[in-house]
Design a protein around this ligand. Structure first.
Ligand SMILES: CC(C)(COP(=O)([O-])OP(=O)([O-])OC[C@H]1O[C@@H](n2cnc3c(N)ncnc32)[C@H](O)[C@@H]1OP(=O)([O-])[O-])[C@@H](O)C(=O)NCCC(=O)NCCSC(=O)C[C@@](C)(O)CC(=O)[O-]
Ligand SMILES: NC(=O)C1=CN([C@@H]2O[C@H](COP(=O)(O)OP(=O)(O)OC[C@H]3O[C@@H](n4cnc5c(N)ncnc54)[C@H](O)[C@@H]3O)[C@@H](O)[C@H]2O)C=CC1
Length: 439
């Protein structure tokens, strides 16, 4: 029987591995071997990775691929993508190549505002709180000067602090709703440090405020934390061309393709079941660049899905139109990204990815990520409304199936050739593999 363990965090890495392998896996020697195969032979590099998180036992690899030919605002990028799913990098590459000869992607930063909140309980007169807040506001700013000096020198810092009365949602609930400019940093640690200082000042000054009653003096701060919902940290990416330029696909007229693409987007705007999958396709592109560049994909995912629901129903992140013979396809997306801080200056592969992207600022990275998400959606929709998704996706997935079957290099070569002219399905690959084995 497995029993709980005390002090797991204090064990050495070797001891942790022994404990987990012996208690939770059938063949502990095999488990230990697998975990160790993934260690880096460079012990210094391995130690760096061990120290990124806690209780590390091994590394978890994801492939890093490249989608070339992204023309974004007339600058040519090769986009690094870290992802486990076949056909995603191919799809982004195909879409980038398609738009390369049609003017490329045009992107615009619509805002860079980050948000953080001090959530607190105040039992008393809302108007007195308002007067107190107005008197204490300069102190909130000046008490955090030591935290904000460098950011201000760079051109950023605290943009605004507002008092928000939320008592109609929850009794006695108020917020300091604060906005920040964090430039090339995602800003979580900067914002959280500022908010915790605001909370300290708020509580301290309330105790000294003579207009408050004893109850009112005791402001209860519940928590101080940034928000990952950043509807004003937004980038737009778009592509457009004459309808007749949508002319690469056999078996469909360009005008018909344009209409079907618009219909596909319209369905995803009105039907949440479809919108979720539609946006999943967009996130294939977004997450993989976020991961490759060492950004926080949980923060990005949470913020984007909240934005997709901002009108009360989960809806498409992309938009499409046909006007005056021009097909236009675009995305507005919230992205709080960093090109300094976090893992960005620590993880050697992240540094390479950022170098491949020509060492972008956070604003440039927002534009690259948005263009990749848009490209991914274009590729998926183009497949969905023409051949169906399986044709291209399964073509890319073929090697995974052959690897699962244990095919040799020679067998893979023969079967890849066979499937150039035959439809890939899981059962067709198993049959072809068995036939080859029995020959
Ligand atoms: C898969 C393709 C690209 C094949 O497309 P194809 O037309 O068979 O490709 P091709 O062999 O004619 O090559 C054309 C270009 O595609 C790219 N390409 C082609 N093959 C490769 C490869 N092996 N490695 C790298 N790049 C590749 C590459 O850019 C290449 O140009 P080249 O490099 O030759 O100058 C196409 O069918 C496609 O775009 N399909 C969409 C696939 C997709 O969206 N996958 C995501 C996973 S499915 C999903 O999760 C999302 C979804 C679909 O549910 C979202 C939604 O519902 O909206
Ligand atoms: N809810 C969330 O999303 C939370 C996320 N996090 C984590 O916080 C990390 C990101 O926090 P950050 O504060 O961005 O990183 P960080 O703590 O590494 O700080 C980055 C620092 O870089 C400095 N800097 C140098 N050059 C700069 C420039 N050009 N522009 C702006 N700053 C510059 C600034 O002092 C800035 O504070 C991520 O790892 C994230 O996962 C942490 C807590 C909560």
């Amino acid at each position: 029987m497995i029993t709980p363990i005390q002090g797991f965090s204090k064990l050495t890495k070797e001891e942790k591995i022994n404990w987990i392998a012996e208690n939770y896996t059938k063949n502990s020697e095999h488990t230990k071997e697998v975990l160790k195969v993934y260690w880096n032979s460079d012990t210094k590099l391995q130690k760096l990775h061990d120290e990124f998180i806690e209780n590390t036992i091994s590394n978890y690899y994801l492939p890093l691929g490249i989608a070339p030919n992204f023309l974004i605002n007339n600058k040519l990028y090769a986009v690094p993508m870290a992802i486990e799913e076949s056909s995603v990098v191919a799809a982004a590459s195909k879409a980038a190549k398609f738009w390369l000869s049609r003017g490329g992607f045009k992107t615009t930063i619509l805002g860079t505002e980050k948000v953080g909140q001090v959530h607190f309980i105040f039992k008393g007169d809302a108007q007195k709180l308002e007067s107190f807040f107005n008197s204490v506001k300069p102190l909130l700013i000046s008490d955090s000067n030591n935290l904000t000096t460098s950011m201000k020198k760079r051109g950023g810092g605290i943009s605004k602090i507002e008092l928000r009365n939320k008592t109609t949602d929850l009794a006695n609930y108020y917020q300091l709703h604060c906005t920040f400019e964090t430039l090339d940093a995602m800003g979580a640690n900067f914002i959280n440090s500022c908010l915790e200082q605001f909370a300290t000042t708020l509580k301290r000054e309330a105790l000294l405020y003579s207009n408050f009653s004893d109850t009112e003096k005791n402001i209860e701060v519940v928590m101080s934390i940034l928000s990952n919902y950043v509807p004003n940290c937004i980038v737009r990416a778009e592509v457009s061309c004459k309808v007749e330029e949508l002319n690469e696909d056999a078996n469909i007229k360009s005008s018909q393709l344009a209409e079907k693409l618009v219909q596909a987007v319209t369905i995803a705007k009105v039907e949440p079941y479809r919108a979720v999958t539609h946006n999943k396709g967009i996130m294939n592109g977004i997450d993989s660049v976020i991961l490759a560049t060492g950004n926080d994909f949980r923060a990005i995912e949470a913020g984007i899905h909240a934005y997709a629901s901002r009108n009360g129903t989960y809806s498409s992140l992309t938009d499409a139109s046909i006007e005056n013979g021009i097909f236009r396809f675009w995305i507005d997306i919230p992205l709080a990204l960093g090109t300094v801080g976090g893992l960005t200056n620590l993880h050697p592969l992240v540094k390479v990815a950022l170098e491949i992207l020509q060492k972008p600022t956070a604003k440039e990275l927002m534009q690259i990520v948005a263009a990749t998400g848009l490209a991914q959606n274009f590729a998926a929709l183009r497949s969905l409304v023409t051949t169906g998704i399986q044709e291209g996706h399964m073509k890319m997935h073929l090697l995974n199936i052959l690897n699962q079957l244990g095919a040799t290099d020679k067998e893979k070569q023969l079967l890849t050739t066979h499937f150039k002219t035959n439809t890939v399905t899981h059962s067709a690959v198993v049959t072809a593999y068995n036939n080859l084995k029995n020959d």
